[in-house]
Design a protein around this ligand. Structure first.
Ligand SMILES: Cc1cc2nc3c(=O)[nH]c(=O)nc-3n(C[C@H](O)[C@H](O)[C@H](O)COP(=O)(O)OP(=O)(O)OC[C@H]3O[C@@H](n4cnc5c(N)ncnc54)[C@H](O)[C@@H]3O)c2cc1C
Length: 439
């Protein structure tokens, strides 16, 4: 293949780094792209798009490579990787930050923390700012500050002709709307973002652990508690065969946090390694980030919950966990929503399921390829049970087996998204297995 015309750093199967650089964070994805082009600037991005069009090669856009289903790679495609475009430029006068598309969350948080700012991002330090923001972005500040995408004020995107477009509420507002919840890989290559930011000093970091005895009571309490919970608190929780965890950030004091969490704190068998501490925002971020494993093989997805699950359904979920393969690999996970997220109407951005109370995640991982089928099959069984009880799927927790994915990810916004696609990518150049088509 002739790579003439591509600029930036090109890695082909002949380079020894190719075998590592072709991989996604999810090591179950095992694709062989034609080449990877690491772009340093918008011109490299534009050249990659033009080169693909000229040579009739499909393009995949990659930032952190954390897409669960590996939609940032494909056999025979050119991967356009934004990793080296990763500046974080803070404008303290206006409390805004310009972040280039390739930045990972760890860098975003630490640069902002140097100037005393928090950021409404996710919890894993190696997730890319691009995939996170373009799909919505939930985290331990989301009930207080909204989604990552809700804090976006502008982005720059390179379109299918290789031209740069600015999108904000005044210029290209439909594209701006679409990129806040449905932008991952669909309309162009985002190259930079401007976000509003919030000054913060200390927050209360919550890490609670229990053994497995009260899992049903825990989930029942979680659902009841979330309905009226203070919007300054956001939590990610869950359970497996062995126990229950709840991690959270509270934008207030430790005493207030304990009061807000009193019903959880009185559940039996709270373990000694539990803690509630008033710490610097960046320390809370680093502690949570440290829980993530290095890249591994996994299958995961999630559903938006609008209506509390009944005790009978909760019991069934716990049974699914108890009958899951392995020892501690299968989890039901809970991600709090509401608060600032549902202060915004459903049609204000492409992120649709704003009235959901939480996301119910189904996740598992394994080491040996021969075990993959059993674990994936478990996810499928639980998914089939949960689907009729819930209302849609979060595009950043994608599921390749999801039928009618357009409606499931974007609800009624899907039809408008197709119109935006017609306007900005009428030839459907930006496409992948679950992309938005103009037709
Ligand atoms: C360990 C782990 C922890 C996670 N934690 C959270 C969390 O706390 N909160 C949360 O909301 N989500 C979380 N997620 C999900 C995460 O938000 C999504 O996987 C997200 O899409 C990852 O973005 P990425 O840039 O790393 O991935 P990539 O795989 O590089 O990209 C994801 C998608 O966006 C597209 N894309 C990438 N870059 C661009 C670009 N510059 N322009 C246009 N399209 C682009 C890709 O083509 C792909 O379709 C987590 C995922 C993992 C694996």
């Amino acid at each position: 293949m002739d790579f003439q015309g591509l600029t930036g750093k090109v890695i082909t199967p002949l380079d020894k780094e190719y075998q590592i650089l072709r991989l996604e964070y999810n090591r179950d994805i095992n694709k062989f792209p034609l080449a990877i082009v690491y772009c340093y600037n918008n011109i490299d991005v534009s050249n990659a798009i033009k080169w693909c069009r000229k040579n009739d090669i499909s393009l995949r856009i990659r930032t952190g490579g954390h897409n669960y289903e590996g939609y940032s790679t494909s056999n025979g495609a050119l991967i356009l990787d934004t990793t080296y475009m990763n500046n974080v430029e803070i404008d303290e006068k206006n409390d805004i930050v310009k972040i280039q598309a390739g930045a990972r969350l760890g860098k975003v948080y630490s640069e902002l923390a140097k100037k005393g700012y928090a950021f409404a991002g996710g919890t894993c330090p190696t997730v890319g700012i691009s995939g996170l923001t373009l799909g919505g972005g939930i985290g331990l500040s989301c009930r207080n500050f909204g989604l990552t995408a809700d804090n976006l004020v502008e982005l720059e995107i390179i379109n299918a002709n290789g031209a740069s477009i600015t999108a904000n509420n005044q210029e290209n507002p439909k594209l701006f709307w679409a990129c806040r919840g449905a932008g991952g890989g669909n309309f162009g290559v985002a190259t930079s973002y401007i976000f509003k930011t919030q000054k913060v000093n200390k927050i209360t970091a919550i890490e609670l652990r229990w053994d497995n005895e009260s899992r049903e009571d825990f989930l029942e309490l979680w659902q009841y508690w979330l309905k009226t919970a203070d919007k300054r608190i956001s939590c990610f929780a869950g359970f497996n065969k062995e126990g229950i965890y709840l991690n959270g950030f509270f934008y207030g004091t430790k005493t207030e946090a304990k009061l807000i969490l009193k019903d959880f704190l009185s559940l039996p068998n709270l373990l000694e390694n539990s803690s509630i501490e008033y710490v610097a925002f960046i320390d809370a971020i680093k502690n949570i980030g440290a829980f993530y494993d290095p890249p591994n093989k996994f299958k995961a997805t999630g559903r938006f919950v609008y209506k509390p699950l009944s005790r009978k359904d909760i019991r069934k979920l716990v049974q699914y966990i108890d009958n899951s393969p392995g020892t501690v690999e299968c989890f039901i996970r809970l991600y709090s929503l509401g608060g600032a997220i549902d202060d915004i109407p459903n049609n204000h951005t492409a992120y649709y399921y704003r009235k959901a109370e939480y996301i119910l995640g189904i996740t598992t991982g394994w080491e040996e390829d021969e075990d993959a089928y059993e674990y994936k099959n478990w996810v499928e069984k639980v998914f089939k049970f949960v689907k009729p009880l819930t209302n849609g799927s979060y595009v950043n927790f994608p599921y390749a087996e999801l039928a009618d994915y357009g409606y499931e990810y974007y609800g009624k916004n899907y039809y408008l998204l197709k119109e935006v696609k017609k306007l900005y990518d009428p030839t459907n150049f930006f496409k992948f297995q679950q992309s938005i088509s103009p037709h």
